[in-house]
Design a protein around this ligand. Structure first.
Ligand SMILES: *Cc1c(COP(=O)(O)O)cnc(C)c1O
Length: 369
């Protein structure tokens, strides 16, 4: 089987640097908040183009910390999308707030700004769009609506879109707070769990740093409730190595996506992902829409090509959110995309032979009409 996400080839490429970086951490022994964490935070803030980066324990904890810093809790509503990984709505609910869903656009599969205003109520405390599969939502339109509605904070869940751009500005630097994940399979991944928060707001940055370490303002003084939300020094050291090749890897992902695009240009049987004109995508996934994803998945599998249907059960149908009382048809675009989405192998390191196998299998499965 061709790997769905190939982390081994990347490791082979930078193994010497990674080994040396880990060895340095073992030598200095500052496993918690060591110098690599601060170095990474500075490099990432610079990369994104914002004042503050705060390394955290995961892309889930980062959403939690962002909302805690905004004071979100019981009685509040946070607007997000039903077509995403569970964390996004899960962290809203964990804080006792209500996840309010807005449907997605049919071509980008991100929050539809034209449906956002109708979901805003006096209880709305934040808007949390997701950059699904590697491109950001229309953050410009969402920010404008948020500003008009009394300066509502916008948290970008950029776990899949780190490195992407919207109107030539980087994901994570587009709104009040940007949040990302370094889960191994994300575009910029570590060798365990990790994440980061980004903001230009000094006060919010300060609060998020405090919440990351049990609400501590100085040693043994805790004015806020917080958690253990720190990024490990070893993971920061690994990420510093990976950041050095990240832009090159993004270009390789984009060129694999182009090869896929060419195959799908000749068919109406599947819809290739569309990147909005004002966006670039890092292709966390290359996800197509097929009227019959199960058959296509089987045809690919028979030829050693893996494919995955993510979020086939959208969040408004997850049992944990049954209390929200959503019914079939509440978010029609989400429901359609969820039943048709199929993600193809994506990695900067798909070799020529494997890529030929994948492309020719796709061509065979999708004869030109
Ligand atoms: C992966 C992901 C998260 C969570 O990140 P973890 O680091 O796994 O906790 C949150 N939101 C989205 C959209 C994701 O894809």
């Amino acid at each position: 089987m061709i790997p769905f996400i190939d982390l081994k080839s990347q490791q082979d490429r930078i193994k010497l640097q990674i080994d040396a970086a880990i060895a340095r951490v073992l030598e200095h022994g500052k496993y918690i908040m060591g110098p690599e964490v601060q170095e990474l935070e500075e490099r990432l803030a610079d990369y994104v183009g914002v004042k503050h980066c705060i390394g955290v324990s995961s892309g889930t904890d980062s959403l939690l910390i962002a909302m805690m810093a905004l004071g979100i809790g019981p009685g509040d509503e946070v607007i997000t999308v039903p077509y995403t990984w569970i964390s996004t709505a899960e962290m809203i609910a964990l804080l006792g707030a209500k996840p309010v869903f807005v449907d997605i656009e049919k071509d980008t599969w991100n929050m539809d700004p034209s449906k956002l205003e109708a979901a805003i109520t006096p209880r709305t405390k934040a808007i949390m769009p997701v950059g699904i599969y590697g491109q950001t939502a229309n953050m410009n339109a969402i920010n404008q609506i948020a500003a008009k509605q009394g300066n509502l904070p916008v948290i970008e869940d950029a776990a899949q879109s780190f490195g992407a751009t919207h109107r030539s500005k980087r994901s994570c630097g587009l709104s009040t707070i940007g949040s990302t994940s370094f889960f191994p399979s994300k575009p910029l991944g570590c060798y365990g769990d990790g994440g980061a928060l980004f903001t230009d707001d000094d006060e919010l940055a300060q609060r998020m740093r405090q919440i990351r370490v049990h609400g501590q303002s100085k040693k043994h003084h805790h004015p806020l409730l917080g958690l253990n939300g720190r990024l490990d020094t070893i993971q920061a050291a690994i990420l510093l190595c990976k950041l050095g090749i990240f832009d090159e890897e993004t270009k390789l992902r984009q060129s694999i996506a182009e090869s896929y695009d060419q195959v799908f240009a000749g068919t109406t049987k599947v819809q290739a992902p569309r990147v909005a004109q004002e966006n670039t995508s890092v292709y966390a996934q290359y996800t197509i829409r097929s009227k019959d994803p199960d058959t296509l998945n089987q045809q690919l599998k028979d030829n050693g090509v893996p494919s995955v249907s993510y979020y086939a059960t959208p969040l408004h149908f997850q049992p944990v959110f049954a209390y929200l009382n959503h019914k079939q048809g509440d978010f029609p675009i989400t429901e359609k995309v969820a039943s048709q989405g199929l993600s193809l192998p994506m990695s900067p390191y798909i070799n020529g032979e494997d890529l030929n196998t994948i492309l020719s299998t796709l061509k065979e499965a999708l004869p030109n009409e």
